[in-house]
Design a binder for this molecule. Structure first.
Ligand SMILES: Cc1cc2nc3c(=O)[nH]c(=O)nc-3n(C[C@H](O)[C@H](O)[C@H](O)COP(=O)(O)OP(=O)(O)OC[C@H]3O[C@@H](n4cnc5c(N)ncnc54)[C@H](O)[C@@H]3O)c2cc1C
Length: 272
């Protein structure tokens, strides 16, 4: 993967966590090194003794912030919260930090009166600040996966060989080793769409992309060591190959990354 990305002009990066994403490298993942389990924010920060280190931190679980109240100087003074069916007010001493995610952060701002007045008015929400951009810039990305069969053992074997999967579960449970310790997509890359390909995107896309700063990537490469032929539905249209075939099936995606060099590499791999 690294060699392939280097070959198409994506250099190896030193540290994505530095804030610079251009390039490719093995990325850090939230795996607990003591048990090799993937961590979530909840089991990393809430279910452990970490909380007891912060006596001034109080966490309200199963609670929903419903609205932020402001005074006449537009300063946040309290938050209306609901836990189960009980509503109450949490007073603010200093500030309110909203981290309710991509959808709910702007929603909470808008029900509190911060957002485009044209959208708040129909709901009779008093406007604290008429900010036209709030809640308007959600962007989703397209996702597709060119996949090529190779003559090596990959994660595909976990998916289509139950006995192998069971043995790897046993290995993971007993020694915390084997393929199940792998987060699957551990090698990533980012880049701008190369200049030679930009005309093919069309004028509208190029104008939209021009809004982004020079160090913002436009394309992300995710590695996955397995063969998935049809990504339109991972669960119902998998075309996992039971064994490596003597002749390759026709591939459902155009060979986007194929250069004469890696076509030669493919042939060598198939012969090995
Ligand atoms: C399927 C998927 C896979 C992803 N994989 C990766 C990955 O491998 N690596 C990576 O770096 N990123 C990944 N991301 C992106 C990453 O998950 C998000 O960027 C990140 O979680 C955003 O963090 P956040 O704290 O801003 O919001 P969130 O993680 O969305 O947290 C918001 C929290 O606020 C809570 N909430 C919402 N409204 C309220 C309210 N009114 N009151 C109280 N609580 C509220 C929600 O329940 C939620 O718990 C993935 C995202 C998705 C959807």
């Amino acid at each position: 993967m690294e060699g392939g990305l280097n070959e198409i002009g994506v250099p190896t990066a030193q540290d994505f966590n530095s804030g610079s994403l251009m390039g490719c490298q093995y990325c850090s993942t939230t795996i607990n090194p003591s048990n090799e389990n993937r961590e979530s924010s909840q089991n990393a920060f809430l279910d452990t003794s970490t909380l007891s280190n912060f006596p001034n931190l109080r966490v309200y679980t199963l609670s929903m912030a419903k609205k932020i109240n402001f005074n006449s100087q537009k300063k946040a003074t309290s938050v209306i919260v609901q836990s189960n069916l009980i509503s109450y007010i949490v007073n603010v001493r200093k500030e309110v930090i909203i981290s309710a995610g991509t959808f709910q952060s702007p929603q909470l701002l808008m029900v509190s009166g911060i957002g485009p007045s044209s959208q708040l008015a129909p709901y009779s929400i008093p406007v604290i600040s008429d900010l036209p951009g709030v809640g308007q810039n959600m962007q989703d990305h397209i996702f597709f996966g060119p996949a090529y069969p190779v003559a090596l053992e990959t994660f595909t074997k976990l998916a289509n060989d139950p006995a192998f999967l069971l043995s790897k579960f046993a290995e993971f449970s007993t020694s915390k080793t084997g393929p199940l310790t792998n987060p699957v997509a551990d090698f990533l890359g980012w880049e701008k769409v190369p200049a030679r390909m930009r005309p093919g995107l069309g004028a509208e896309a190029n104008i939209a992309l021009a809004k982004y700063p020079a160090d913002w990537p436009e394309v992300e490469y995710l590695s996955g060591a397995g063969y998935v032929g049809d990504w339109s539905s991972l669960f119902f249209k998998r075309t996992f190959l039971p064994t490596f075939p003597s002749s390759l099936p026709s591939l459902p995606y155009p060979p986007l990354l194929k250069t004469p060099q890696n076509q030669k590499m493919d042939v060598n791999t198939q012969q090995s």
